[in-house]
Design a protein around this ligand. Structure first.
Ligand code: COA
Length: 261
């Protein structure tokens, strides 16, 4: 698939950078942009050369200012439900990718933009970022997972405060409530995002993927199921060459060289 609304490149370290590229519309997510993102997430997942993902927006004003309001304004109820389900599935594919992802939040992350950022493994914001779920101001409900991921990240009270007021918060407040993991100056945003990915990518790739799966399983199904998945993941990790290499490297006082097997 060739892209008109996003950019996709993979650097020599195996970091895929996916950039939503409609800066004149503050990178709003129209249908085609969502289809291209779906394709890019599949590509990042299936390409063995890709070991991590940075997701960002073009320009210095917006990460993504939401779903495209021109499209939302004319949807029938059935179309709106289908749009929501499709968007949910696309973001879930990003969230469940067995490779770490960082949302480099370089400005407005509103509505579908914040929902996209929340589907990444972590979020790093520039100092000018503004994050919010303004849907209720438009008389609609978040449709790409905002009602589910926001309370999981910041707790019920803070989430409802944001969801029901529709007011955005600034980067400092987002850091304070745990919605973003770090706030950095805009010029450092991409490099700081890559730096975190490099740390995760230096670890056993299977162990990283299984850890993400266990966290997700427990948060979604409860502690009993989460512990069951954790024990299975722990058992599975014991079968890998990476476990042998990681433990041996520690005992031999050297850095491990993981093969991802
Ligand atoms: N959907 C479609 N177009 C959008 C958009 C969206 N979510 N967000 C911004 N745009 C467009 C604007 O319509 C404008 O297009 P135009 O130049 O053709 O008129 C362009 O992007 C620039 O936006 P503008 O509103 O002029 O910029 P601003 O700096 O004055 O305000 C925001 C920035 C983010 C505060 C404002 O654009 C906004 O509130 N956007 C909608 C946010 C939202 O409700 N998102 C959730 C949707 S569910």
């Amino acid at each position: 698939m060739s892209y008109s609304h996003i950019l996709f490149d993979v650097d020599a370290e195996g970091i895929a950078r996916i950039t939503v590229n409609r800066p004149d519309k503050l990178n709003a997510l129209n249908r085609e942009t969502m289809s291209e993102l779906a394709d890019a997430f599949t590509r990042a997942q299936s390409d063995a050369a890709v070991r991590g993902v940075v997701l960002t927006g073009a320009g210095e004003t917006a990460f993504v200012a939401g779903a495209d309001i021109n499209e939302l304004a004319v949807l029938s109820p059935i179309e709106a439900q289908a749009l929501s389900q499709r968007g949910q599935a696309i973001l879930r594919a990003l969230e469940c990718m067995p490779k770490p992802s960082v949302a480099a939040v370089n400005g407005f992350a509103l509505g579908g933009g914040l929902e996209l950022a929340m589907a990444c493994t972590i979020r790093i914001a520039s100092e000018n970022a503004k994050l919010g779920q303004p849907e209720v101001k438009l008389g609609i409900v978040p449709g790409y997972g905002g009602t589910q991921r926001l309370p999981r990240l910041v707790g019920r009270g803070r989430a409802l405060e944001m969801l029901l007021s529709g007011d955005p918060i600034d980067a400092a407040e987002a850091l304070r409530i745990g919605l973003v993991n770090a706030v950095v100056p805009q010029p450092e945003l991409l490099e700081r995002s890559r730096a975190w990915l490099r740390k995760a990518m230096a670890n056993g790739p299977r162990a990283v993927a299984l850890t993400m799966e266990a966290v997700d399983a427990g948060l979604n199904a409860g502690i009993e199921e989460g512990l069951r998945v954790e024990a299975m993941a722990f058992g599975l990790s014991a079968s890998t060459e990476d476990r042998r290499e990681g433990t041996r490297a520690f005992l031999e006082k050297r850095k491990p060289a993981f093969a991802g097997r």
